[in-house]
Design a binder for this molecule. Sequence first.
Ligand SMILES: C[S@@+](CC[C@H](N)C(=O)[O-])C[C@H]1O[C@@H](n2cnc3c(N)ncnc32)[C@H](O)[C@@H]1O
Length: 278
Amino acid sequence: MATSVDKMSTDTQAESIYFLNAGAAQAEQDRLNRQHRLFDDMMQNDLLPPHVASALSALKTPPKILEVATGTAVWLTEVAKTLPLDAEFVGLDYDTTKFPSSLPPNITLRQADMFKPFSGDLLGKFDVVNVRLIIFALKEGQGTDLLLTSVEPPSQAWFRFQDINWRFAKKVGRDMNLPLSMVAYIKEAGCVDCDDKAYPGNSQLYTRGREDWISRTNVHVKALAEQSLRGITSLGGVEGMTTQKEVDELLACFDKEFEDRIVHYLFVRAWGRKPEAD
Ligand SMILES: C[S@@+](CC[C@H](N)C(=O)[O-])C[C@H]1O[C@@H](n2cnc3c(N)ncnc32)[C@H](O)[C@@H]1O
């Protein structure tokens, strides 16, 4: 049985343009968990848009939350701490290698490809569906934020990374309209009361945590570059970035350049409500 699940997972992933799962699962688990803490600080610890969190706490039945492309389930695990113990959480991902080995009893993780129809028992059941950071998996029409990022002082390593990322995105047909197009996509899917909010990734520079923020962001940029370049080359790469040597050379530049650089970027959260059925 395990073999057929593993095979399904491998087949689905073989067709995917998503590149951050290459290499050791532990490195990517650590990167995602660190990244969650960065984003959580940036979003003032609002794990959900405040009006959604209030609506959940006003429910007369135990809240049920689904997360698609859950990764290490770090977001679900943190949200679960803020809700009653009878709340129910389900996380889906096509790659199960990043699932944590232990979880609270009210969180269940399952293997599922977000581009295939979901199992019937998941339909029409959840009060909130969350999906975060899937831009690298979306092809044109399925709708990059790296293009909205700027680095101070300017970094040759980052310029080169942006160029490689952009050419790879074009090569595999990635959706380049995200994240700013999210509200339009949610409306197109039939939701109402749609809106979004942008969180500037540099707001932490104007707090007492400035130095800590800069150092965590530099660690994060290097981990993202490493995971991305290894993944991009494992999917065939782009001209000038196809070999281990080319990856190592660029990563060495990142190591040299990213000590205390300031990174400006935007994190956008969009939401909408599925209208009640008649
Ligand atoms: C950048 S990670 C983000 C994980 C999590 N949402 C978070 O915010 O920490 C993107 C996740 O999408 C998953 N993913 C990519 N393509 C997928 C697909 N077709 N179906 C399900 N999950 C997918 C990857 O395995 C990975 O765990």
